[in-house]
Design a protein around this ligand. Structure first.
Ligand code: AMP
Length: 516
């Protein structure tokens, strides 16, 4: 966008964009006074029926940039059974559910049928919604194709197709599914396509499926919001050292720390760190690929409502969280893929608020930090000195304080906890090649920890040893994934089945049956 265009767009109000009165009234009720740059840039073109290529990250208001014009255009016409009028593809269940929330919020003056097709939810309910005729169909690719294959869904009535978070679809291996779906929808459709970054595979996809798109780029690809204070934090490389660094940081930041998401690269680290934080009495929950949809949504709701201060998460599980006022993001691990850094820290400093991000870096992370700095085009400041002061050989057996140093009262328990954690670290198997697909492989650890924790809490509360803390944990118990051992084994199995691996969002390449 030229600076003239940018200045003209900055002066725009929602009424200038061509949205219908019903939509404008809902936007006013939502409290928004000015369109964000992606909204100002995309909405007028989307209303004219043009294809749009929106390059924008989450947190820029991009959801409303397609939801608002869609609502306006949907005011004419009505849905037919099993033939949705519009389709929005999202990479994760959470994102799909958030888009549905947006349709409900901005579509409160419309009578639209919205169907959400995501894994982990029964087909029957979804079938009923499709049968009734959906104006808006929001889906993850795997579940959408399942419905199509069951013959319950016809895509030849789709007038508007939205492909959201395309670069994440690529990371998750969904591109073959997206191509299949695009080929099932009439050529005459309008396509609105969004991606935070434009790797070559995504560019190819847009060349194949978009028709003379209007390109709206609200910030340089993979740029980070200026409202976020970013810092690197030096640490030794052993897990217990990193955990200690994190705890010290959390304590030091405690005053301005309203809530935080703590990102780990691997699922196994999510569960280890979650367990460790609980032991150290931090008010933490975990968001994990193995939790069923209900547990994930509940966990998110508790975090959003302030019942939980810290959320430990992996990139895949946390993708697309819309939590407007997260004050801090901690990267327990430097992300292997530089673009994940942008997505992670984009969880704070949203919608013009300020936020802080701290990335714990060890000597072996240098090349990943360099890649991030190249991508974002800026050097990230060190919080408290760089890695030159960290001993290369700082290992788990290195003494952590001088032999004769005085012990503080109350350290004994903490030391015992640290020792047991270090022992576990020595035995932990570490797979060094994380990726989104592997992250979603089943490990039922978090659920088990939560269950053990709930049991421990129950005993604690029975003994009435610590009334205050027991009450808090009781409240949190709902939010954590728990298995009900009183339920018949068959039901437990069904619950487990629903949550294994990708669930219903299996990418196409994993569905191919090998010929023997
Ligand atoms: P998104 O990028 O769609 O995830 O939106 C990020 C956040 O910005 C959400 O919490 C929206 O509710 C909020 N938002 C969207 N549009 C506006 C706007 N025009 N003014 C202020 N906040 C907005």
């Amino acid at each position: 966008m030229s600076s003239d265009t940018t200045t003209a767009q900055e002066a725009l109000t929602f009424t200038d964009l061509g949205l219908s009165p019903k939509v404008l009234s809902a936007v006013t009720d939502a409290g928004y006074t000015k369109p964000t740059p992606i909204q100002a840039g995309a909405i007028p073109h989307a209303l004219l029926g043009k294809d749009v290529l929106g390059i924008a990250q989450t947190g820029t208001g991009k959801t409303a940039s397609f939801v608002l014009p869609m609502l306006t255009r949907l005011e004419k016409g009505r849905a037919r059974a099993r033939m949705p009028r519009t389709l929005i593809l999202e990479p994760t269940r959470e994102l799909a559910a958030q888009v549905e929330e947006n349709f409900i919020k901005y579509g409160k003056n419309h009578k639209l049928n919205i169907a959400l097709l995501i894994g982990g939810v029964s087909f029957d309910e979804q079938d009923k919604k499709l049968e009734r005729g959906a104006d808006v169909l929001i889906a993850t690719p795997g579940r959408l194709l399942d419905h199509r294959e069951r013959g319950k869904l016809l895509l030849n009535g789709v007038e508007i197709l939205v492909i959201d978070e395309a670069d994440r679809m690529l990371d998750m291996g969904f591109i073959p599914d997206i191509e299949r779906i695009c080929e099932m929808i009439p050529f005459t459709r309008q396509t609105l396509f969004f991606s935070a970054t434009m790797p070559p595979e995504i560019t190819k996809l847009t060349e194949k499926f978009l028709h003379a798109p209007v390109r709206v780029e609200v910030s340089r690809a993979a740029s980070t919001a200026t409202s976020i204070t970013q810092r690197l934090v030096k640490s030794g490389s052993k897990p217990w050292e990193k955990r200690e660094t994190l705890r010290n940081l959390m304590k030091a930041e405690s005053d301005g720390l309203k809530n935080a998401i703590i990102f780990c690269n691997r699922k196994v680290e999510v569960s280890e760190l979650f367990r460790s934080l609980l032991k150290h009495d931090f008010d933490a929950g975990a968001l994990h690929g193995d939790m069923d949809q209900r547990a994930r949504m509940q966990m998110l709701a508790n975090f959003r409502d302030g019942k939980l201060r810290y959320l430990v998460a992996s990139d895949v599980a946390a993708r697309g969280l819309d939590i407007p006022d997260v004050s801090h993001v901690f990267n327990y691990d430097v992300p292997i893929h530089a673009e994940d850094y942008v997505h992670r820290i984009g969880r704070t400093g949203r919608a013009g608020r300020s936020g802080k991000s701290f990335t714990i870096a060890t000597r072996s992370d240098t090349k990943y930090v360099d890649a991030i700095e190249r991508l974002i085009g800026t050097k990230i400041e060190w919080h408290d000195g760089d890695l030159s002061t960290v001993a290369e050989s700082a290992g788990e057996d290195a003494p952590r304080r001088g032999r004769g140093a005085p012990r503080r009262a109350g350290r004994k328990d903490e030391d015992r906890r640290d020792r047991s954690e270090r022992k576990r670290d020595r035995h932990a198997k570490h797979d060094e090649t994380p990726d989104a697909a592997r992250e979603e492989q089943p490990v039922a650890e978090v659920a088990d920890i939560a269950e053990r924790r709930a049991r421990k809490d129950a005993i604690r509360s029975e003994n009435d040893r610590n009334k205050g803390s027991a009450n808090r944990n009781e409240q949190r118990g709902d939010a954590r994934p728990q298995r009900d051992h009183n339920r018949p084994a068959r039901h437990r199995q069904e619950e487990d089945d629903a949550t294994v691996g990708f669930g219903d969002d299996v990418p196409a390449f994993m569905r191919i049956v090998a010929k023997v």
